[in-house]
Write a protein that binds this ligand. Structure first.
Ligand code: PEP
Ligand code: MN
Length: 341
């Protein structure tokens, strides 16, 4: 049950107040009027999941405003699960006291590229291998990913290293194929409000990592997560990856406040992608430290054996050595945040 507060304009004649009260009842809510000397407010109690919400009452001239008391995201909200969610991604725990490291190339390019990266990131401490087989590229002339062959290479890398794998699913059409290979489905920033894709991913039964869209408000991001939960998938990981602002020293503006807010507002694990988040390899290390400090549950970092030859996002990928150094330097920050890497 939810409560909405309907504020009626001061000095509204009694019969127009009654009209609002009747309308509230008609919409399936129980009206509880609180009558002041010259102004009435009505607390309306009802179930928003089965009845229209009351925001449309704003259309009545005697209604001053309609105020929502509860959050629009119900299953995603921290209130629904104060203790926080720990997700099991093929045996790797995400959330709780764990700090998870996902790392790997922006795109899966070849067997050699993927396997050498997988071995190196595992040796450095990562437990999940990232790599795009289907790539959302701004230009149709840019590398679009290896598709099914990329998935095959990811599976081979898992077989050899034991790393779990995360990869992006671009289209509803590919959900089944990608879910057969991946341990975690990644929904990219460009698709974060593709609600049909969200529903299809929810139904796959695989854990889903939901990037924040580059122009999404935190509430919209949490409501996108709500789609996944409402469609039966409790295993959702939020991922902040930077938003578009006026700033152009960075590719995106990594919003670490959003990470802290998402942790307060939601019980879901929140991880940070500093690579898309700033688009600059030279900033990734310090942003990882910042992410750990604000309470992130882990990181997803782009790593390539030779960034200068990468088929996508070369400018923001770390080479194997820099990644290993980054992890060593990160350990004290992760412990200081009360997490275990
Ligand atoms: C990526 O992870 O390579 C990617 C395309 O991310 P985003 O959807 O955040 O842009
Ligand atoms: Mn990328």
């Amino acid at each position: 049950m939810q409560t909405m507060i309907v504020v009626i304009r001061p000095h509204t004649p009694a019969e127009q107040v009654e009209e609002v009260i009747r309308e509230i009842a008609l919409l399936g809510y129980t009206p509880n009027p609180i009558r002041g000397d010259y102004q009435t407010v009505v607390a309306a109690v009802g179930d928003e999941t089965t009845h229209a919400n009351l925001e449309s009452l704003d259309a009545l001239p005697q209604v001053e405003r309609v105020i929502r008391v509860q959050k629009r995201y119900k299953m995603t909200s921290r209130e629904s699960r104060p203790q926080g969610t720990v997700i099991d991604a093929g045996g790797v725990s995400i959330g709780g006291h764990h700090f998870v490291l996902m790392a790997g190339p922006c795109s899966v390019e070849s067997e050699e590229q993927l396997l050498s990266t997988a071995r190196a990131v595992k040796a450095a401490g990562a437990s999940i291998l990232r790599g795009g087989a289907y790539k959302p590229r701004t230009s149709p002339y840019e590398f679009q990913g290896l598709g099914p062959e990329g998935l095959r290479l990811l599976v081979a890398a898992r077989q050899e290293t034991g790393l779990r794998i995360i990869t992006e699913v671009l289209s509803e059409r590919d959900v089944e194929t990608v879910a057969e290979s991946a341990d975690i489905l990644q929904i990219g920033a460009r698709n974060a409000q593709n609600f049909q894709l969200l529903i299809a991913c929810a139904k796959s039964g695989k854990p889903v990592l939901l990037k924040r869209g580059m122009s999404m408000r935190i509430e919209e991001w949490l409501l996108a997560a709500e789609y996944l939960l409402a469609h039966g998938n409790p295993n959702v990981i939020l991922c902040e990856r930077g938003i578009r602002t006026f700033e152009n020293y960075t590719r995106n503006t990594l919003d670490l406040a959003a990470v802290a807010i998402a942790k307060q507002e939601s019980h879901l694990p929140v991880i940070v992608d500093p690579s898309q988040g700033c688009g600059r390899a030279d900033l990734v290390k310090v942003l990882c430290r910042g992410a750990a400090a604000v309470g992130a549950d882990g990181l997803i970092i782009e790593v390539h054996p030779n960034p200068a030859e990468a088929l996508s996002d070369g400018q923001q990928q770390l080479d194997l050595r820099s990644f290993a150094d980054l992890v060593e330097g990160l350990r004290p920050f992760v412990s200081a945040a009360g997490r275990k890497l």
